[in-house]
Design a protein around this ligand. Structure first.
Ligand code: URP
Ligand code: ZN
Ligand code: ZN
Length: 464
């Protein structure tokens, strides 16, 4: 057997197993996993000694080139996917937004154009539904068949993104019928709106009031409501960017009852807290995103949720806005600060560092959380999310004990600050392959903008 690439002497780590083996790659696919594979004729031989050979990361929650809050997220599909690759992520799922009056297809086509010729890694789309009539309910089935098999709905941002409970119920019923999965932004938007107006009337306009007007109870209430709506519709639901223990408890209770309820959290909720909002001057704006940062004690609850499978995935909710000129739009009024933070690059290292080196879970659980579970839930498995014969050769040669200090001075995201500035992580990608091509080699990008492909995802089958 001849290979284009052979990875030798590595330790393969999947969600279930850890073992020494070589990996043989041909035409972008893993074609052999065995010891002492022949290297004659191979164009490339990679020595994986002292590294873990893991599936490339899958980040199912990013917002590249997204108009939001009077501006547009700072990374487009080129800069964002290159930054993702540096961090070991080889597939992302972004959001195509359907604006009021549009068809879902218009949203999908708009975002396909944004990515085409730019993405350096493979990508898919969820569709955000903001206007749901009978035509869009029909369209949900058509798009699922074309590989857009998940939809994001909002219970927050009234007048912009928010849907009422009846519409949410209808969308969930359609998702159940067509094999789609609903991703839910669970915050009680009506209550938050009242709290925000009250704060402004009292002259409370600094960034920290963004967090103080979005209580954990507003997230927990909406999380519980969305689970109830999904139960009535006979549909699965995936709670996005879960930030606090009260919402986690709702997910845990639902899962204990055997409901197909899933949730992700994000590194910002595992590493940062309300204290960051007290940064000097206007700098708290760097941490303005929704749901907001919480008191520090929630962090350990979320880590335990990941360890005990009450949370199934870690995504980034990467939605970067520069501090200068973008976050500054809200200098005199926190409601004008564009909501979102940059994180696409450091998810793998932050989760490995805190999760595995922090003694909370195994390297296998790490792989499950950052690659395998996202692949299974969102219809990418087994093409992506594991190291197996027949899977795409999206691989990371990961140095588990190498340290790195995160800084905006060295990161690759097109944004002028880091939420994780100065945090020392242990566990970093050394070599990253996308469908067999080395795209990052010891910190150097060696891929091409435009070589990433749209991935048609399968229908929802759960986490088996
Ligand atoms: O603040 C955030 N999270 N911005 C991105 C949009 C969203 O709600 O995920
Ligand atoms: Zn959201
Ligand atoms: Zn988001």
């Amino acid at each position: 057997m001849r290979f284009d690439t052979v990875i030798r002497n590595g330790t393969i780590v999947t969600a279930t197993d850890t073992y020494a083996s070589d990996v043989g790659i041909a035409d972008g696919t893993i074609v052999a996993i065995a010891k002492d594979l022949p290297i004659e004729g191979a164009h490339q031989v990679l020595d994986a000694r002292k590294t873990y050979v893991m599936p490339g990361g899958i980040d199912v929650h990013t917002h590249l080139d997204m108009p939001f809050g009077g501006t547009t997220s700072a990374d487009d599909f080129e800069t964002g996917t290159i930054a993702a690759a540096h961090g070991g992520t080889t597939t992302l799922i972004d959001f195509a937004i359907q604006y009021k009056g549009q068809t879902l297809r218009e949203a999908f086509e708009t975002w396909m154009k944004k990515a085409e010729g730019k993405a350096a890694i493979d990508y898919g789309f969820h569709c955000i539904i903001t206007d749901l009539g009978d035509a869009q309910l029909e369209e949900m089935g058509a798009l699922v068949r074309e590989g857009v098999s998940s939809y994001k709905l909002f219970m927050a941002y009234p007048g912009v993104f928010m849907l009422d409970d009846g519409s949410i119920f209808k969308a969930m019923s359609a998702a159940a019928k067509y094999g789609g999965l609903i991703c839910m932004h669970a915050e009680n938007g009506g209550v938050i709106d009242v709290l925000v107006k009250r704060a402004l009337a009292e002259g409370k306009k600094a960034p920290k009031y963004h967090a103080l007007t979005r209580p954990t109870t507003a997230e927990a209430e909406a999380t519980g409501r969305s689970i109830a709506l999904a139960e009535m519709a006979g549909a699965p639901v995936y709670i996005v960017h879960l930030s606090c223990n009260e919402a986690l408890e709702k997910v845990r209770e639902a899962r204990d009852r055997g409901l197909p309820t899933y949730a992700e959290t994000c590194p910002q909720y595992l590493y940062l807290s309300l204290e960051n909002m007290n940064a000097p001057g206007f700098e708290g704006a760097k941490y303005v995103f929704t749901p907001p940062l919480r008191e520090k004690w929630h962090q350990e609850k979320l880590w335990q949720g990941l360890a005990k499978d009450n949370l199934q995935a870690v995504s980034t909710d990467h939605c970067p806005f520069c501090y200068k000129e973008q976050k500054e739009l809200g200098k005199d009024d926190f409601t004008k600060i564009p909501n979102g933070g940059p994180g696409i690059e450091h998810r793998m290292s932050l989760v490995y560092s805190g999760g595995v080196h922090g003694g909370r879970f195994s390297p296998n659980r790490f792989v499950q959380l950052v690659a395998t579970a996202p692949a299974k839930l969102f219809g990418l498995y087994p093409r992506k999310g594991t190291v197996a014969v027949g899977s795409d050769a999206d691989l990371v040669l990961f140095e588990p004990n190498k340290e790195h200090v995160i800084s905006a001075k060295t990161h690759h995201m097109r944004v002028d600050y880091s939420m994780f500035e100065g945090i020392r992580v242990k566990g970093v990608p050394k070599v990253v392959l996308s469908r067999g091509r080395v795209v990052v080699d010891k910190g150097r990008f060696t891929g091409n903008a435009g070589s990433g492909q749209f991935v048609r995802r399968q229908t929802y089958v759960g986490l088996k």
